[in-house]
Design a protein around this ligand. Structure first.
Ligand SMILES: [Zn+2]
Length: 210
């Protein structure tokens, strides 16, 4: 039996160490396909990622809905023709208790992070709190994407380092993809990114993993 009820308390009381973030100024040498581990949740069933948009992130709803659509229908270069073969990941906007991907927004004390994605297990610790998961070591059940409003709100609305591209990048983390420094994929850190949305390498990775 899992509980998700304590998550907000956990998030507000601690700034956890395990997260993957979008960093403006530095790059990470990393795997093209991310870690070995993936999102469980509903993916073991119908391959649908349920997502929830907290009221703090409601002004970003368009970026989120465009972001999930972009992962559902990736284009070859993030723009232009659609990728084949199609992937079989679906997304559904749902309630907080049912979601595997929560979006929230707040001012974070990280001067160079646009957004942060954290990974959790449905299992609770002795105090009933959700347990954070290292996605390089274990599968995980749900994620929380936190926009850092201080940085995010200054981004452009379109382009490779935009609000839209950043949102798509964080969704990629939820799907299990790590940072990389290869152009042509939305998972590239912003200073290497040459596409505005998930592209063929991202779709190929998705097809390999789910
Ligand atoms: Zn990132």
């Amino acid at each position: 039996m899992f509980k998700k009820l304590k998550k907000r308390i956990l998030l507000s009381s601690s700034l956890a160490l395990l997260f993957i973030s979008t960093n403006v100024t530095t790059s990470f040498a990393s795997y093209y396909d991310g870690g070995l581990y993936v999102l469980n949740g509903r993916l073991t069933g119908n391959n649908t990622v349920n997502y929830y948009i907290d009221s703090t992130a409601s002004s970003y709803s368009t970026f989120i809905s465009n972001g999930v659509n972009a992962w559902y229908y990736p284009r070859i270069n993030g723009t232009g023709s659609y990728c084949t073969p199609y992937n079989n990941i679906y997304f559904s906007n749902t309630s907080w208790t049912d979601s595997e991907m929560d979006f929230q927004a707040k001012s974070l004390p990280y001067a160079d992070y646009i957004a942060v994605t954290r990974f959790y297990s449905y299992e609770n610790d002795a105090n009933g709190n959700d347990v954070q998961v290292d996605p390089d070591k274990n599968n995980y059940d749900f994620c929380v994407v936190t926009y850092n409003t201080v940085i995010f709100n200054d981004l452009d609305s379109t382009g490779n380092i935009s609000k839209q591209a950043t949102t798509s990048h964080e969704i990629g983390h939820v799907l299990g993809f790590d940072e990389n420094n290869k152009s042509g994929t939305v998972m590239a850190q912003s200073n290497y990114r040459t596409v505005p949305a998930p592209a063929k390498p991202d779709n190929d990775s998705l097809n390999k993993r789910y």
